[in-house]
Structures are given as structure tokens and as C-alpha cells.
Design a protein around this ligand. Sequence first.
Ligand code: UD1
Length: 421
Amino acid sequence: MDKLLIKGGNRLHGEITISGAKNAALPILCASLLAETPLNLSSVAALKDIDTTIKLLGMMGVKIDRNADKVSLDASEVASFEATYEMVKTMRASILVLGPLLARFGNARVSLPGGCAIGSRPVDLHIKGLQAMGAAIHIAHGYIQASTLHLPNRRLQGARYYMDMVTVTGTENLMMAASLAQGTTVLENAAKEPEVVDLANCLIKMGAKISGAGTDVITIEGVERLRGADHNIVCDRIEAGTYMVAAAMTGGEVKLLNVQAHLLDAVIEKLREAGAIVTVGTDSITVKAEGKLKAVNIRTAPHPAFPTDMQAQFMALNTVASGVAKVTETIFENRFMHVQEMQRLGADIGIDGNTALVKGVEFLDGATVMATDLRASASLVLAGLVARGETLIERIYHLDRGYEHLEAKLNALGANVQRVS
Ligand code: UD1
């Protein structure tokens, strides 16, 4: 199994280009199931989760043509409506095929995701929302079996649905399903994440009638059929945020290209509070820092508040900053898996329920640590970049799920990161 060996202490300098967002590409790839003609996507990053989604769609009969960051998906002849446990257990986002399959073919069989490193993460709201649209859903043998065959014209029926928690993939699944439903659907307490907006923009190009994406009420007037379209995936704000923290922590100066700063307001605000100088351009962000950063309190919440997917990276920043900071995780239970590993590097962190108290230390010392989930892994890389000596990160397949060409990008900025077998 591959590991990452990081020799800490280098300041990061230079420019890198941010990739297309994983969390936008995943639902948009699944949206290809809704269309009768090919959907052509660009800025699709080379990531393990994208490979998994493409494999899953291929197993259903979607014809796929992938060339560098361009992917064309032709779902004119779908033959299977199933996502097996083997696929879903490797990637929870496989649940995103449920809405499209049901809406277009009236039939879907998708495995329940099961446990996950960052908490129980149920999919009850996806299911209840589809039931509100009239779907018959049975759960048996670990699978969600859904059908519309009893409904008028075998189509989902528009409905008003209030989600009692803000769920990103839940909003996406229901928005895709409602696009082909009969009548109008109103999703209340919808997720406002930029990836939801990017999916809505793509669906609109495909012929869907959607308004309100990016607010907490999304209205979808169902249409009878959707067609393919051309769409460029929005930039990955979490990848961008991770490199911004890397620049600040190492006391360097890094310019990110292909990034829309307004998607990162909460992160930029916190970096400035920590003492970094952040300069925003039309499609670029430059982060510069000198000397010790100040520890900053973090509280995760749905967009536009501070993203849970940046919590671990700011924890890393706080470990070597001056002062004490509280990091509160409100979205996921058990999303402090990185803390024990950071403690192995010499960090001073105490946990009380969903809050971590981080006291900045003078320096971290390199050690062997283990990656547990995607963003936890990223935070260990950041810690390794500033630790004295060598840090060896095991189980880095998590990083390959979400960071395109991670070591190449870091090394281009002057880091010393090697992949070892
Ligand atoms: C998505 C992102 C993930 C990010 C998360 C929160 C993708 C592929 N993944 O995950 O990177 O960390 O949003 O921004 O886009 N919940 C329920 N019932 C449901 C659905 C969710 O109780 O049916 C709960 C979850 O357990 C969690 C909270 O709602 O506590 C938010 O989860 P959700 O927004 O659904 O996360 P994902 O969409 O899985």
C-alpha cells in the first residue's frame, strides 16, 4: 500500500491550478442517467471517487468516453438499475444514482451505505423525500428497492418536502428526481452548497426547470424528458482551501488559479483572522504569511458557514499557531479521527464531545501516522509540511479519493513529498 513521506520545513511558493470539484462532479456524473442524449463534461478531476462513479455508471450500461479531464456519458441504453453493496461501500456518494434511476426508469435497487469513518451518516431523508414524491420504497437485505410503477404514467409526482436536516447529497438526489417528476416539487431547508448550484446549472442546461438553487428553497417544475448538454465542473473549493492553509502554515506565498473566491468566504475570513494576507483576483486567490499564525476558533455549519470539510485542516493550523482555539464540529459525529494522529506528532489537543481545544505548540515532530478519512488525511499532510524531520503517512488511498496530483502540486510549490510503496 502506498505511503507519503514528507520532509517538513519548506515554505511553499508559486502557483497551482485548482481542479474541478469532486463533490460537484459526483452528482453531475450521476445526472447523466436522466438524459436521453450524451452529457459532455469538462474539468472532471482524476480522482478515485470519480473512477468509482464512472465504473458504477458503466455497470448500468452508460457508455463512457473519458479523455484527460473530459468525460462524455451516453445513457441512451441503460440496462441495469442497481448499485451493489460492493460499489456503495467503497463510496457513499453512490446513493446519488437512486433519484435519477427512479425518475427516469421507475425502478432502482441501491445498497444502503452502512458505516463510515466519520459517523453513521444515514440516508433517511433521501428516502423520505422520494416517498413524498409517491415512490414505493422497501428496505430489505441491506438494499433500498424503489419503484414508481403504481403511479400515474409511472412518474414521480411533484411534492412539497421539508428536510429536517440540511443534507447536500439528499438535496441533490431529490433535485435530480424532481426534474423528471410530474408537477412541481418544492424542497425546503435545502442545502446551499456551491456544488448543489453547479448541479442545478447543469440540469438546467439539460432542460430542467429549477429555480432557487443556492437558497434554502428550491423549486423544480418537472419535465417529461431531459437531454445531454456541455458543462464545465465548478472549482474545488475544498482543494483550494487546503492549499491556502498549506501556504499560510508554511509561511509561504501561493497563488491559486481557477478558483472563485466567493465560494470560500468563510475560509478566507478565518485565514485573515489567523494573520495571513489573502488577496482575491477574478479567478485567483493569493495567500501569504510570515511568522507565527494566531489560533482561530472554528465552528462548522452548512454553507455559507465554515465547511466541515475544512475543519481538520484548520485544526492542523491551530496546532502550531500561538494561543488556544476551540474547534466545534456540528455536522458529523466522530469527525475528530485526525486528533489522535496529530497528538503523535506532538500536538496539544483535548476533546470534549464535539469540541476540540487546541493549544498551539512551538513545533511538531515528524512521526508515522495513519490517514483515516479524506480530510483527516489532508490535515496530516499539512502537519507533516511543518513538522521537524520526516512524517510518514500510511493509508493514503483516502487522499487519492479527493486530491488530484497531490504530491505533484505540493512539490511544484517547493514541498518535499514522496510517494513510497
Ligand atoms: C456531503 C459531501 C461531504 C461533506 C458533507 C457536508 C458529497 C459527495 N459529500 O456529504 O464532503 O462533508 O456534504 O458538507 O457531496 N443526514 C441525515 N439523514 C440523511 C442525510 C444526512 O441525518 O438522509 C445527516 C448526516 O448524518 C450529517 C448531516 O445530515 O450529520 C449532513 O450530511 P450530508 O449533507 O447529507 O452529507 P453528505 O451529502 O453525505
